[in-house]
Design a protein around this ligand. Structure first.
Ligand code: ATP
Ligand code: MG
Length: 404
């Protein structure tokens, strides 16, 4: 048969190797089920795939009309995957395997200088042992592509032949997966999302650890615009390409912010505002079944993120506040923001409610006692903050943000 004919006959699939899942003992099944569902959801946007699993590998078959390249791109963003390979599935017969592998990897082999063959024989009934498969394939490939030499240490192409129970699978070196754990296996968190660089990265990092995302954004119209809200939606659409759907709550925060501005000492404004944000966000988190809040704070980055300020912020919370970027430099955060494609959106110059009433000289070492006194004064003497919080919660809008 000619090369073209071999190529036409090949059925392509995607082999997915689990990541940390292997470590999870009894939970493993639950993790694998979630991963399979997440793969299916991620690939739905490009036509859909079927997923089945055996021998610690997921076999992903594109549905009719699904472009396999698009499916690989979608699946490479699913957390819980260590590596994935686009592979040809062929009959377990060396007379089929050898010409198929040459036809399937023709472009790679033509453009390479060196190669090696890697054989995996999961089906122990297969007549040839792994070293024999390597030897036969090596010899065959060298005949077809005489310009190549074998390099077992750092070859340009690693031709892999896997003999499994179901069939033989042929592929080159795998692509790195997104790593982490399948979203949803760790429960849910509620991210405090601004339009900045840090909180989308913090969201992505928590999704990577298997947590489903709700998000809360505080908007202060007319000080903040509709475009600032849309920016948050755009950012979350990017994050959702990795995390899956995000439940976004937009909280009208103007009334509370004005009350704080009008009745609290100027140098405490930011910390007090952040404490009210926390109180509202955790009410929303509870409603959504989230067990913790997430923020994009990094210690020392700005006045409201000194250790002292973080202590005062934390004192308003009765659930954990996770801060995945806490020890990262801005440059390190930006590197991730670029990778997940949020950076260019984040730097668009729309105002955030945190930047509308910023004090000229914020306290970098706020005293919690003084802050509590200022809040008591605000709550007792002037305005009924509890009612304001109630109103903010009642008027909060909820929407589902889906991948871009
Ligand atoms: P980012 O780049 O994420 O905006 P930042 O360095 O600008 O962070 P701040 O504006 O002080 O820092 O905000 C610190 C954190 O507080 C943010 O990372 C986010 O988690 C939360 N936050 C700030 N503004 C808002 C907002 N309008 N709505 C919800 N959360 C917010
Ligand atoms: Mg910000």
């Amino acid at each position: 048969m000619s090369e073209g004919n071999w190529l036409n006959k090949l059925k392509e699939i995607i082999l997915v190797k689990n990541g940390e899942l292997a470590l999870k003992g009894l939970n493993r099944r639950n993790f694998e089920d979630t991963l399979a569902k997440n793969i299916q959801k991620a690939a739905a946007s490009c036509g859909g795939v079927n997923v089945w699993r055996a021998q610690s590998t997921m076999y992903v078959t594109p549905l009719e009309g699904t472009d396999i390249e698009d499916a690989v791109a979608c699946i490479s963003r699913v957390f819980g995957i260590a590596a994935l390979s686009r592979a040809a599935e062929v009959e377990k017969n060396m007379d089929v395997i050898l010409p198929s592998v040459c036809a399937y990897l023709k472009d790679d082999l033509e453009n390479a200088h060196t190669f090696k063959v890697n054989a995996k024989r999961a089906d122990k009934k297969f007549a040839l042992k792994s070293p024999e498969i390597c030897a036969a394939a090596g010899e065959y490939i060298l005949k077809q592509f005489p310009h190549l030499t074998v390099d077992v240490h750092s070859p340009d192409v690693t031709v892999t032949i896997e003999i499994r129970d179901t069939a033989a699978y042929l592929h080159k070196q795998p692509i790195r997966g997104a790593g982490g754990l399948p979203v949803g296996t760790g429960g849910r968190v509620c991210v405090m999302i601004s339009g900045g660089i840090d909180s989308p990265v913090a969201s992505w990092m928590m999704a990577k650890r298997g947590l489903a995302l709700s998000a809360v954004n505080f908007a202060s119209p007319p000080y903040t615009s509709r475009r600032a809200e849309d920016k948050v939606r755009d950012l979350l659409r990017k994050v959702a390409m990795w995390s899956g759907e995000v439940r976004l709550h937009i909280v009208p925060f103007t009334e509370i912010q004005e009350a704080i501005r009008d009745h609290c000492p100027e140098d405490m404004l930011t910390v007090i505002m952040r404490r009210y944000m926390i109180k509202i966000a955790q009410a929303i988190a509870c409603e959504d079944g989230a067990l913790a809040l997430v923020s994009g704070e990094s210690v020392g980055q700005v006045a409201s993120q000194t250790l002292g300020a973080l202590v005062c912020t934390d004192a308003a919370a009765n659930m954990p506040i996770l801060r995945p970027v806490i020890g990262m430099d801005k440059e390190e955060i930006v590197e991730i923001a670029r990778r997940i494609d949020t950076f260019e959106i984040s730097i668009l110059p729309f105002e955030d409610c945190c930047t509308v009433f910023t004090p000229k000289h914020p306290k970098t070492k706020p005293s919690l006692d003084k802050i509590l006194l200022a809040e008591t004064a605000l709550e007792n003497d002037t305005v009924c903050v509890d009612d304001m919080i109630e109103r903010a919660l009642t008027n909060t809008t909820v929407e589902i943000i889906r991948p871009e």
